[in-house]
Design a protein around this ligand. Structure first.
Ligand code: ADP
Length: 402
């Protein structure tokens, strides 16, 4: 089945086009809303195409992507009718969506309700759905939610210790994100261990521009570090993660900052960028740290120390762990972060193999713990789009059968 996967952000659309599990094309359209929107389009075995267009809103962006996919020179399709389904990444499914779902009018109405708790993320996801509804009205669409995998968390893990009325009335609780990635790499880890997913205790670390960690007990997410929003938890590129909630209140009062300014401070100017004052890119931090920049080194230390503490706490939450998995741009590529995080954890049964860790080839899945390590450590490249394509295929096929 030929499936288009769309991941619509506020000013960008990432896409991948699949024939079953085979990826035929991928691309990224950035700077939507300007006359300088940039399209990067790649087809396996061909030269990458870069174009600049005036693209003022998402529908025009999606239209450009569809045109590119059927273009005789740039594309991979003869006609647009070959697209059999479209899968969308949807950031927030609240408590309404615990699994991927066929998009119907009723589902769309519920997604509109979710905007209230995800005002930044869900509107562009919805814009992508509406664009396809308009441009390919007969093609079935599926929503795959970042929050869905974590809907198995128990109350004791997802409730905040604030008056209960805010949960009941305003739906304030921990939701967790990156669920598609945590689900994918944890299942891959089970395959690498040669065991059933449902019999394992796993900790998965998705470390990218946004970072989160999940505790997966017998196939179910039982805890995760991101919360009501993706701001909670680990230190990130530009986000602070866990912080004393009194700090923003204190800063607002002391510095006279507005709600929006503090929001921007914590989301865009904090994390390793805030500590280092240099960059949110881990490659730069590692280079500058090696040259002796103390604050870059400190930023890496704070990042890894927070991650180490979360791993320890999730071992406690599950009463053990069989494997720890690293994924995401940092998790897959930074042996330094993996080493700083997992060093001195032998008491938990975690022993990193230094040579395997530094020698791991980019893009490969690998076991990087010693043979004697009770807990296995894996690096597994994530593939959220493949999960979206597979879920879309499964749901559209089930619908056709029923
Ligand atoms: P996103 O969350 O946007 O999908 P990615 O998962 O692509 O992000 O991760 C991006 C991050 O990966 C960047 O901050 C970059 O610092 C980091 N990264 C990529 N390659 C390397 C590398 N070789 N060493 C260290 N960090 C890397």
């Amino acid at each position: 089945m030929k499936v288009l996967v769309l991941n619509c952000g506020s000013s960008s659309v990432k896409y991948k086009f699949y024939d079953d599990d085979q990826q035929l094309a991928e691309g990224l359209l950035e700077k939507i809303g300007t006359s300088q929107a940039q399209l990067n389009h790649t087809v396996a075995g061909r030269k990458k195409i870069v174009e600049v267009h005036e693209i003022l809103e998402h529908q025009a962006g999606v239209e450009l992507i569809l045109r590119t996919l059927v273009d005789p020179e740039k594309g991979v399709l003869k006609t647009i009718d070959e697209i059999q389904a479209v899968g969308h990444r949807v950031v927030h499914g609240a408590e309404t969506f615990a699994a991927s779902t066929l998009i119907t009018d009723e589902v769309l109405a519920k997604l509109e309700e979710c905007i209230d708790i995800a005002p930044l993320h869900n509107p562009p996801n919805l814009a992508g759905i509406y664009a396809i509804t308009h441009l390919l009205p007969t093609v079935p669409q599926v929503g795959v939610f970042d929050t869905a995998f974590h809907q198995t968390m128990p109350e004791k893990a997802f409730l905040y210790a604030i008056p209960h009325v805010f949960y009941l009335r305003n739906h304030i609780r921990k939701y967790g994100f990156h669920g598609t990635s945590h689900s994918y790499v944890s299942r891959e880890a089970a395959l690498m261990l040669g065991k059933s997913f449902e019999e394992l205790k796993l900790i998965t670390c998705h470390l990218g521009n946004g970072s989160s960690i999940a505790a997966i007990d017998h196939g179910k997410s039982v805890d995760t570090s991101m919360g009501f929003t993706p701001l909670e938890g680990l230190v990130m590129g530009t986000r602070c993660g866990d912080i004393d909630p009194a700090v923003p209140l204190y800063i607002m009062n002391k510095e006279g900052l507005s709600l929006q300014e503090v929001n921007s401070l914590l989301n865009k100017h904090s994390g390793v960028l805030g500590i280092s004052g240099v960059s949110n890119d881990f490659r730069t931090l590692e280079e500058e740290s090696a040259k002796g920049d103390k604050r870059c080194s400190l930023a890496l230390d704070v990042f890894c120390y927070r991650l180490k503490k979360y791993i320890g706490s999730y071992v406690a939450a599950m009463n053990g762990v069989d494997a720890v998995v690293f994924t995401g741009g940092i998790g897959e590529n930074s042996d330094d972060v993996r080493d700083r995080t997992l060093s001195d954890m032998e008491f938990l049964g975690i022993e990193l193999d230094g040579a395997k860790n530094t020698g791991k080839k980019r893009g490969d899945a690998a076991c990087i713990s010693t043979d004697a390590s009770r807990v296995k450590v894996f690096v597994i490249p994530t593939n959220e789009e493949l999960v979206i394509a597979r879920d879309t295929r499964r749901i559209v096929t089930d619908k056709a059968v029923n």
